[in-house]
Design a protein around this ligand. Sequence first.
Ligand SMILES: Cc1cc2nc3c(=O)[nH]c(=O)nc-3n(C[C@H](O)[C@H](O)[C@H](O)COP(=O)(O)O)c2cc1C
Length: 208
Amino acid sequence: MKKILTLALASLLFASCNKPKELNIATVSPSDAVTEVMMSRRSIRSYKDSLISRETLDEILKCGVNAPNGRNIQAYEIRVLSPAMIDSITKAVVKDNPQIGQRKGFRNIFVDAPCVLCIAYDTTYDMSQVDCGLLGENIILSAWSKGIGSCCLGSSARWIKDSPSARPYLQKMDFTEGYELLYCIGLGYPNETPEAKPRTMDKIRYME
Ligand SMILES: Cc1cc2nc3c(=O)[nH]c(=O)nc-3n(C[C@H](O)[C@H](O)[C@H](O)COP(=O)(O)O)c2cc1C
């Protein structure tokens, strides 16, 4: 089992483009492979034009829904936006907030990602936002292991919810009653290699 996992993870890493870095298939352990994916991931805000295939996206989403979640209720809903919807939502949000479209090279309100997921949480379940976060992290790490970059987007969800012109598109997402858009994830093949931002271990305290 360990060997299968090792080979699967190593081949995933080999399949990716430039990042995460290639590991030696003969020697890499599952732990090294997972650690490399987690530590090399960065938020991507510049993407190549190439699109993610439906098959690859399905694999990524399958990893997403395999995340731990409260009582296995899976208290989230996901919408994969079509390119037409990305454009329409962008136009609607920019109509109400013209300054958003003034960024140099602006393509859309999802840091220009060619693929966008909208994730909604169950407002009646106190752990639903945790479910949504874990779902998203699995999606993001699975994508990264395949050489696909991503950016978790709180601002895009806020803009959609706050823009009267975007309301019809929010309705079109047709989330179940009681569910509310929480955040978006932009996905696509990276066109940049950002440096890691500093992290602190100071937030952690081992208790006696
Ligand atoms: C809940 C959440 C909301 C975020 N919203 C945005 C956003 O609106 N726009 C953006 O460019 N990045 C957004 N990010 C990405 C963070 O800025 C990024 O994860 C953080 O700066 C650390 O950088 P790294 O992901 O490259 O390690 C968000 C991340 C999280 C977890």
